[in-house]
Design a protein around this ligand. Sequence first.
Ligand SMILES: Nc1ncnc2c1ncn2[C@@H]1O[C@H](COP(=O)(O)OP(=O)(O)OP(=O)(O)O)[C@@H](O)[C@H]1O
Ligand SMILES: [Mg+2]
Length: 261
Amino acid sequence: MIVVKIGGSVVCKDASKVIQNLPKYADRAVVIHGGGCLVNELLKRMGIEPKFLTHPGGLVSRYTDWETLKVFVMAMGWINKYIVASLHGLGVQALGLTGADLGVVVAKRKERVLVIDERGRQRVVDGGYVGKIAEIRVDKLTPPPLKVLAPVAVSEKGELLNIDGDQLAFDVAREAKAERLILLSDVEGLILGGKVVPRLTPEEAEKLVKSEEVRGGMKRKLLMASEAAKLGIEVVISSGLVDSPIDAALNGAGTHIIKNI
Ligand SMILES: Nc1ncnc2c1ncn2[C@@H]1O[C@H](COP(=O)(O)OP(=O)(O)OP(=O)(O)O)[C@@H](O)[C@H]1O
Ligand SMILES: [Mg+2]
């Protein structure tokens, strides 16, 4: 199985290249998508300023209060159905779902989270509606039909929760014992010193999470890539904006994170 994560950065720019490449993999893939940029755009249009929390170690997450959660689920719903409808146009009958549908992704609400405040001090704050993934019903995600999964989970109490798309892609890859995890974004791969890094070991990827040259969403990608690669899953971080991006990723484009190279 191949887990393909279509980054929100791709969706907001041009998802057509990756969608056109998906029919070829419909019988052996699971698609996960992001959508952070659309969530930000909708929040701003509604007069709500997007808020982010920085955690120790440098990872950043969206502060998701009740109003933000509604916008988050709406944005992800649109992206999910947009992908499914586009696939239908290509003759692929896909099933789009959130983690709440069939209880495919159950998460525990993070009631309190540790953050680094503006003065650089550690503080515990309310976690909002953000989930830590507890269980994935991977049997429901195996094709056919091709599943397109939004980064929304459900708690045991029945709450919708925001979960990170890269984390979800990693958890699905692990549970499905996938051979490959392809993280498609709007950059050609991990860029250091102006160049795409072709290969990394999981240990190298993990160290780079703290590097000043690695910022924003790339930190979490490297962390997830390192975890996946340690389990023997080959991870590719590459561009979703090029022609046939999945073929390209499988043919060596981007940054490949592999154990024992
Ligand atoms: N060293 C780096 N090399 C490549 N990209 C980097 C680096 N440091 C930071 N980035 C940023 O990481 C971004 C990709 O992560 P980001 O989380 O923004 O997108 P995504 O995962 O595709 O979208 P979403 O999180 O909505 O699914 C790139 O757009 C780039 O600006
Ligand atoms: Mg991201």
